[in-house]
Design a protein around this ligand. Structure first.
Ligand code: K2U
Ligand code: ZN
Length: 171
């Protein structure tokens, strides 16, 4: 297992559409382990493969609190199959857009279908932080970032800030 470098905005890889996982190989298991280690180290509540440069449809999530026992989730080829009519706001952040937070309104509850590392296809309903995180991570698999749910004005401001920072970094 290893902690992998995070892909940071404005890296164009964040806009890629990730490919289905397909056969669950040893490499997929190694990637899941690296993602969990990277996510806990960040620390984050979730992580998508593309955030460490792997354009495959794999997501890791753990919404357990710091002092609680860890409850890691690994979701392969996750898809949202139902969303509630009710929505709610949540102050979101993103490990690929460090130190920027903004309110995003999303469906309050979702039902997600995914494969486990054992190859089982399962469906699970979620609410609260898990529902928000599932939507945030599955957005990543489709090249969508939480700033895409904000106004154009706010999004352009964030893009400009990170483009400037990347330019300074490269100089
Ligand atoms: O995908 C990621 O970048 C990890 C996200 C997951 C997440 C975003 C919004 C809401 C819930 C989960 C976060 O960086 S994990 C840290 C975090 C958690 C809650 C709110 C803001 C940031
Ligand atoms: Zn994110």
């Amino acid at each position: 297992m290893s902690i992998r470098p995070l892909v940071i905005l404005p890296d164009a890889r964040l806009r890629e559409i990730s490919a289905p996982v397909g056969t669950i190989t040893g490499d997929v298991r190694k990637l899941a382990a690296d993602m969990l280690e990277t996510m806990y180290d960040a620390p984050g509540v979730g992580l998508a493969g593309i955030q460490i440069g792997e354009a495959v449809r794999i997501v890791t999530i753990d919404t357990s609190k710091e002092k609680e026992e860890r409850k890691p989730l690994v979701l392969l080829d996750p898809e949202i199959v139902w969303t509630s009519g009710e929505t709610r706001p949540y102050e979101e952040g993103c490990l690929s857009i460090p130190d920027y937070y903004a309110e995003v309104i999303r469906p309050d509850r979702v039902r997600v279908r995914f494969r486990t590392l054992d190859g089982e296809t399962v469906e699970r309903e979620a609410d609260g932080l898990l529902a928000t995180c599932l939507q945030h991570e599955i957005d990543h698999l489709n090249g969508v970032l939480f700033i895409d749910h904000l106004s154009k004005l706010k999004r352009d401001r964030v893009m400009k800030k990170f483009a400037k920072a990347a330019k300074r970094e490269a100089a």
